[in-house]
Design a protein around this ligand. Sequence first.
Ligand code: HEM
Length: 415
Amino acid sequence: MDNASVSAMLHALQDPAGIPAPAWIFQYLMVLTWAFHIAFVNLSLGAGLLAIIAFAKRRTPDWARLSVAMTGVTKISVSMAIVLGVAPLLFTQVIYDPGWYTANVLSAFWVIFFIFSLGVGYTLWFVFYFKNHDASHTAQLPGGAIWWAVASLALLLLDGFIMHVLSYQSLFPAKWMQWYAPHGVPVMTGTAIHAYDLPRFAFFIVMSLTMTGVFLIGYARYFRARADIAVGYLDLAHRLGVKTAYWGVALQLVTGVLWAIGLPGSMHVFAQPLFWLTAVLLVGVALYASRVPPGGSAAQAYAATALYAVLALLISVDREALRIAYLAPFHYDIAQYKTHDEWGAVVWFFATLIGVGGGLVAFYATMLWKAGKIKGLYVADRTVERLGDAAVWINFSWLVVFFGIAVWAYVRNLT
Ligand code: HEM
């Protein structure tokens, strides 16, 4: 297939109904939300690995405590990774629908298996959590309990690989026909995995160490407020955080360079400012992490996590820049996507995101942040109470307006 035919195919595969707002809005949201997704994927995998390693050393009380803490962190993070994966999924489907759906259909078995294995993998982590949620009992647990966690993590990793394959296959539209019908005969099983790039996948996975490292530095600082948590334990978490972040950055540099070397020469990746900016920021995360003193100020410790957040966003931009470069020969320019502006829907979307989402997140985040600093029963203060009330009222108003619009549209269309 020549490039012109591939270009025609890509445009024919776009949604004929068009999109309800300029494509860049979806693109920006996709890049932003994917950064959140990968942050929690990274925390799930990194904290999960640490929970396992700490479990193996559970005879020492600090390690038993760390294992229990990281088991809980993974339990929560996986659910966040899943929820925050849906957002970029929806935006990708809107502006890159030809690539996303074709990649899914070509490996349909794995897409279905993804759902199944994610459910099983997450359930296995809960089994481990129910065994390992009380540090005073962890030392007595039989060593075999670890296998629940290992199996869970292996399945979650496999899920990440499936996501990678789907992302990657969608970048090669010139090969789709050959994958779909080698020698002209369609293969309908959907069991094949047609393309993957191990350094690219590994780069995203080893980033889990970077994320978990900066998280541990923040964790060690956060719990200094609690008199019932020994300073020795927090110092261990801090030291481990710095070491883990170091390893994460080193491995990201190695896998990142391997990934870059394997990219098509026409992309001239080593001449791109984005490449060097990412490399500098990566090294910056490690250097900064090593300079945060144990028990230093809160701003010092949390800035390490903030640096990771900037890094995740930059890597999300890199990913998108690569996609644009891969699709450029086929003139796939999202700015030319057929658009039927529906500003009402766009305003409603942002009002929901900022009002309902923002209100609830502000309430929960503030409440949990304050509650975690207190041992035993937490009683909400005025700020938290007000945030809670505001969130409930915003939700209630949202429901009224939502159903109001529905009834109005229904009645209007009756006549
Ligand atoms: C714990 C399980 C998961 C892991 C380890 C994981 C990991 C990853 C990784 C490594 C990538 C980057 C792939 C690449 O660019 O090469 C990715 C992309 C992505 N993931 Fe996940 N993921 C998980 C679960 C999910 C779930 C449940 C969803 C959605 C419901 C999701 C949605 C996405 C989307 C939309 C992309 C980007 C696709 C694209 O635009 O190319 N992920 N994920």
